[in-house]
Design a protein around this ligand. Sequence first.
Ligand code: G4P
Length: 527
Amino acid sequence: MSAIRPADAAARRRTFAIISHPDAGKTTLTEKLLLLGGAIHLAGEVKAKGERRRARSDWMKIEQERGISVTTSVMTFERDGMTYNLLDTPGHEDFSEDTYRTLTAVDSAVMVVDAARGIEAQTLKLFEVCRLRDIPITTFVNKMDRESRDPFEIMDEVAETLALDVTPLSWPIGMGRNFLGCYDLVNDRLILMKPDGGGELIDVTGLDDPVLADHIPEDRLETLREEAALAREACPPFDEEAYRAGHLTPVFFGSALRNFGVAELLSGIGKNAPAPRAQESDKRDIEPGEEKVTGFVFKVQANMDPKHRDRIAFMRICSGRFSRGMKLNHIRTGKQMAVHNPILFFAETRELADEAWPGDIIGVPNHGTLRVGDTLSETELLRFVGIPNFAPEILRRVRLDDPMKSKHLGRALVSLAEEGVTQVFKRMLGGDWIVGVVGQLQLDVLVTRVEQEYGVKIGLEPAPFETARWVYSSNKADLDKLIGSNNSAMAEDGDGEPVFLARNAWELNYQTEQNPSVQFSATKERA
Ligand code: G4P
C-alpha cells in the first residue's frame, strides 16, 4: 500500500491543455515541454511520433489524407517534483466534440498566440469553452524571433477580445532578428536567448541595474526600460486568485522554435496553475483528497486495430488512489468492473499503470461498455455532471446505399455515437437517421468508419434542419403535446431521449414561446 496520500499526490499534479489556432506553434511548444520534462530526447519527436502513429492507424484514411491527427492524446511528464498531464487538443481548423470534452478534463490551459497574428478564430472559440468552465488561462505569445506586432498591441487585443485582465510576467527585448530575450518582471532577471536555444539567467537588482548595459545595446535597453515601466504601470499586478477564477491571464513572451521562454512558462504553470480541483457530482462536490477512487470518462477512442472492436476510454481520476486490478462501480449500468490493464500515456511509451492519482488520466481498455460521460466509483453511487453533449451545428440525413443493411446501419450509428464520433437522432416519423456534429470533420470520420468497420456504405444529404434541442418537461402531457403536434420535427437520440429538430432560429423561438413548460436545451448532460 502506498504511503502517499491522495491530497499530497494531487497537490503536485497539473493537468492542462494547450489551445491555439493552427500554426501558432502548439506542436512545437508541446515538443519543447516534453523535452524539458525528459519525456522525449530529440527535437522532432512529436511530429515523428505523429507519423508513426499515422502509419499504424492507416485504417483511418482521413488522418493520412489530411495529414492531421483526429484524436486527442495525453502526455505525462515530470519536472522539479511536479507531474504534468498535458492533454492534446486537435490542432486543425476543424472542430469536434472531442475538443470540447478534452477541456472538461483539465484544470487549466495554455493559450498559444502567434505574435504576428494575435487572437485568431479557433483560439477564440476554444477560449469560450474554457470560460464556460472557468478554466484559468496562461498566455504564451509565440514566435517573438520573427517580425511581430507591438507587445502592447497584442496585450490590448487579448484584453479586449477576451475581456480579461492581462498581466505580463516577462517583457520581450526586441523582436525578430533583434530579439535578445526577455526581462523577468516578477523576479527582476534577465533571460537572454542563447544562440543554440534556451535561456541564460542573469539576476539583476532592477531595471536600473547597470549590469543590463553589459548585455543589451543602449537603444534597446532604453526601450526596455520605458516599456517595462509602462507595462508595470498599465497592467494590474499578478493576482493568483483572479487568475484561478479565470478573470486574469498571465502572459509570457517567447519562441517555441528556439526553445525560449518555455521553461519559464512551465514553472509558471507549476507555481500558479491550480492543482486538480473538486469535481461536481449529482450528490456533492468530490474533493481530490478523498480516499475512495472516483473518475469520469471524457473520451473514448476506438483501438487502432480495425479487426477488434476494442476501445480505450480515457478516464480522469477525480479522487483517491487508483491501483491496478481495482473493482469500480460503473454507475450507468450498475455493474462492477475490474480495471486490470489501465494504461498511462507517456510521450514515447504507453505503460501499464500500477497506480494513478487525482488529475491523472488513465486509459481503460473495454469492449464498448464505457461511454463518454460515464462515472466510475469505488463505493459511493454518484454521477459526475458537466460532461455534456453539445447541440450540433451541422445536421445531415444519412442515405443508405443498400436498404438490406438498415439494421447494420442502426447498430453502427448508435455505437459510434456512444463513442462520441457524432450524435445520432432517429426521426419519430419515417425513422430516418439524422447525424449531428459540431465540426465537418466528424462527418468524414463517420462515413469512413461506418464503411470500414461495419461494411455499410452511406452518403450524407442535407437535412432540412439547422439545429437540435433536447426537450424536457416536468409535465408529461405538455411534452406529449409538443411531440404530437410536431411529429415530423421530433426525433430520439441514441439513448431514446426526445429531441426537437428546428428548421431555423425562428421556428425554435416560436416553439419555445408556445410551450413555456418545456425546456429546449442546447446541451444534454449524459445520464
Ligand atoms: P501548430 O501545432 O499550432 O499547428 O503549429 P506548429 O508547432 O506545427 O508550428 C507551425 C509552424 O510555425 C511551423 O513551421 C513551426 O516550425 C513554426 N514555429 C513554431 N514556433 C515558432 C517560433 O517560435 N518561431 C518561429 N519562427 N517559428 C515557429 P512550418 O514551416 O510550418 O513547419 P516545419 O517545417 O518547421 O515543421
